[in-house]
Design a protein around this ligand. Structure first.
Ligand code: HEC
Length: 203
């Protein structure tokens, strides 16, 4: 850097600093902070008495609002909506909405894969103990770039397709709220029920 260059830079940065400080001084934020500073001189309880009855934060959680969040599906199938899915339909949706990240066969993409291959990596097929988790997981979080965008029908179809790709069901098998929890996943035997209670009975 030439001497000239250094001079230019230091002038430029001084100007930038001045501009920056000027702007900072003028921001209403600083004065608002000072103006709204709580007056606790008579103690916190006295200050709290000046609070309004309601702060007007948040919104009323009515039934339809709660329903959007209350979407967990349990291993026994509790929480599954009505519907029926097939691997045939699921294949079409998979090609449109999943293949870009998970690959044509479900082997590609993120660390944990969708379909069991010869590498022995964790997949739905060799690691997930409950079939209902596929429905729950896909409905709430996939596609990764548009979670929650799939209809229940699409999730049923995709769940069937992923089970089929893993060799767990036949292509014609219909996945419903009744049949999905009945499917015994190959990995179920890899898990034990954790019934520890913190005493000497801890395994
Ligand atoms: C934009 C990329 C992208 C798309 C599209 C996408 N996924 Fe994923 N998927 C991911 C990523 C990243 C993860 C890992 C997320 C994590 O571990 O938190 C993942 C994880 C998963 C898992 C869990 C795998 C495991 O063993 O833990 C399933 C199941 C899954 N995706 C299904 C789908 C399905 C079905 C679709 C299509 C409807 C889909 N994904 C579309 C990126 C994507």
């Amino acid at each position: 850097m030439t001497k000239h260059g250094t001079v230019y830079i230091s002038i430029a940065s001084t100007v930038a600093l001045l501009v920056c400080c000027q702007t900072a001084d003028k921001t209403p934020y600083t004065s608002a902070m000072q103006r709204d500073k709580p007056d606790w001189s008579d103690g916190l309880a006295a200050y709290q008495k000046t609070w309004p009855d309601k702060f007007g934060i948040g919104r009323h959680a009515d039934k339809s609002f709660i329903a959007k969040w209350d979407i967990d599906v349990r291993p026994d199938g509790k929480g599954l909506p009505d519907g029926e899915g097939s691997a045939k339909n699921g294949a079409v949706i998979y090609r449109q909405k999943c293949v870009s990240c998970h690959g044509a066969n479900g082997y590609e993409g993120p660390e944990d894969k969708l379909v069991t291959d010869s590498t022995g990596r964790n997949t739905i097929g060799n690691y997930w103990p409950y079939a209902t988790t596929i429905f729950d997981y896909v409905r709430r979080s996939m596609p990764f770039n548009a979670p929650g965008s799939l209809t229940d029908q699409e999730v049923y179809d995709i769940t069937a397709y992923l089970l089929y790709l893993n060799g767990i069901i036949k292509k014609e098998y219909k996945i419903t709220a009744t049949t999905l929890p009945q499917i015994e996943m190959p990995a179920k035997k890899r898990y034990i029920l954790d019934d520890r209670r913190g005493g000497p009975e801890v395994r």
